[in-house]
Write a protein that binds this ligand. Structure first.
Ligand SMILES: NC(=O)c1ccc[n+]([C@@H]2O[C@H](COP(=O)([O-])OP(=O)(O)OC[C@H]3O[C@@H](n4cnc5c(N)ncnc54)[C@H](O)[C@@H]3O)[C@@H](O)[C@H]2O)c1
Length: 464
């Protein structure tokens, strides 16, 4: 497939290839967050010298003290790699001039108008333009719209008079890390790589091959960029579909959870998704918007993406309606009722509140006059209305003081029996209480309107 002569003739390629093989290539990672830090650990564990640059002073100070801020990375691992001089965290961006391989893992958020915010990648590209030396391999890992590697990086570096695939090497390789997932980590999750030329691809494969079990190569960076967006858009759309089914079941008086359990017994042609209070994290709510924005530039309007976004974004409003309904059955108005939210993180067993639907539910309840508190074993506080709101203790006497407990994130660590026994009312958005009590009139599940039953039996249940 490759033109072997070109491989042999390219001195820049041969030099970097040898350095990678001998683990002498100096690797620089931009952005030490959920993506960059595990990658830095993976490569430094393999014996490479990895410099990690982050603009956040607090994060770098923690790392220099051997302290982790990412739930899946232990402090001892960081300390070990720093002590071995295999990992060097810094805020000094000029270290870029010493790097042989540069991997970009900076954020790709949305602007207020829901358009891609490329400023983080652009600031790294500005540095590349100032400091890049011949023979450098650049890999973009940040999730972004198809065409970014070519349009934002290659075009800019080419303007310096450098030729891609000869003077420098360029790839896109999306990160698939799933924070909190103990079964799949970087090493055993196949890695997709798209190179601008075969030589670019070959060098990136050599780097990732050292610590990742399976590499999946594609023909261009654009295919790799698009594959990441396909994965996350697929999730967003399927979650939206099951959320809509939950709303439909609620209206029709059918239990969505029982329906899903039955449908999941089909051994082929069905994939299980569950409803919930909405979608969160840095990926699923954002990535499809990158794709639909770019597609509009081609006069292509993705209806699926927009509809999924609308349904998922409306789920917190539905949850608040459910809470209002539950309180109403108990004869209480939402205004001035005390509501305890369980789970601020966007998914179980992690501490990440970015884009978490719990934030929206909290704010909506607050605006409607409820007195809202939260508990999250992984989130000590979050910021709302320029204030810090702290997690309250989850003790039986404390739970009893609330008019309604709302389960938004099903952390494994929760003592669900204790919560059930001490709550006056429960709104369950994850169907976790079913295991402890079937048909309990104080439990209101999303995706199952059972108001009449709750109404007729709640008084008896409370008096028991
Ligand atoms: N979090 C995930 O589960 C996940 C999974 C796959 C892909 N991604 C993608 O990976 C990228 C990074 O996501 P993340 O979750 O690691 O974000 P993050 O916010 O956890 O980490 C990004 C880090 O980059 C730093 N940073 C910002 N600008 C910088 C600059 N100019 N130079 C150096 N550092 C800079 C920030 O301070 C931050 O520490 C995003 O594009 C995201 O969509 C994330």
């Amino acid at each position: 497939m490759y033109d072997n002569k070109k491989f042999i003739e390219n001195v820049n390629y041969i030099n970097l290839h040898n350095k990678i093989k001998r683990k002498e290539a100096r690797i620089l990672i931009f952005g030490l967050g959920y993506v960059g830090l595990p990658l830095a650990m993976g490569l430094s564990e393999e014996g490479y010298e990895v410099t990690g640059v982050d603009v956040n002073n607090e994060k770098v100070s923690k790392l220099l003290n051997g302290e982790s801020y990412i739930i899946d990375i232990s402090s001892s691992k960081i300390k070990k790699n720093i002590d071995n001089h295999n990992f060097i965290p810094t805020t000094d961006t000029t270290v870029i001039k010493n790097a042989d391989v540069i991997i970009i893992c900076v954020p790709t958020p949305l602007k207020k108008n829901q358009e891609p915010d490329m400023s983080y990648i652009e600031s790294v590209v500005d540095l590349l333009k100032q400091y890049i030396k011949k023979g450098t391999l650049i890999i973009l890992e940040s999730t972004t719209y198809p065409g970014t590697t070519e349009e934002l990086i290659q075009k800019e570096i080419d303007q310096l008079g450098y030729v891609v695939g000869e003077d420098y090497f360029l790839c896109f390789s999306p990160e698939r890390v799933d924070p909190g997932n103990t079964n799949f980590r970087i090493e055993n999750t196949p890695k997709v790589i798209g190179g601008t030329t075969p030589l670019c691809l070959d060098l990136a494969c050599h780097i990732y091959n050292t610590f990742i079990n399976k590499i999946v190569t594609v023909s261009t960076p654009k295919v790799a960029e698009m594959s990441k967006l396909l994965e996350n858009t697929f999730r967003s759309i399927n979650i939206a579909f099951i959320n809509e089914m939950a709303l439909m079941c609620d209206r029709m008086g059918v239990d969505i959870w029982e329906v899903i359990k039955a449908a999941s017994s089909k051994p082929f042609g069905f994939m299980t998704f569950y409803p919930g209070p909405g979608i969160g994290g840095h990926c699923i709510p954002l990535d499809p918007m990158y794709l639909s924005w770019k597609a509009k530039g081609y006069n292509f309007y993705s209806k699926f993406i927009e509809i999924a976004q609308e349904i998922n974004k409306n789920m917190p409003y539905y949850v608040v309606n459910k809470i209002t309904e539950a309180l109403n059955v108990a004869g209480k108005p939402l205004k001035s009722s005390k509501v305890l939210i369980l789970g601020m993180a966007y998914k179980p067993d992690v501490d990440d509140v970015r884009e978490s639907p719990s934030l929206e539910v909290f704010e909506l309840l607050h605006r409607k006059g409820a007195i809202v508190d939260f508990n999250d074993p992984y989130v000590n506080y979050f910021e709302i209305f320029q204030n810090k709101k702290y997690s309250v203790k989850l003790l039986s006497e404390n739970i009893k003081t609330y008019d309604c407990t709302v389960l938004l994130t099903a952390h494994k660590i929760y003592d669900y029996k204790l919560i059930l026994e001490n709550s006056s009312l429960i709104v369950d958005t994850r169907n976790v209480f079913e295991e402890f009590s079937k048909s309990n009139p104080k439990i209101f599940k999303i995706g199952n309107s059972n108001q009449e039953f709750n109404f007729n039996n709640l008084k008896n249940a409370i008096n028991q």
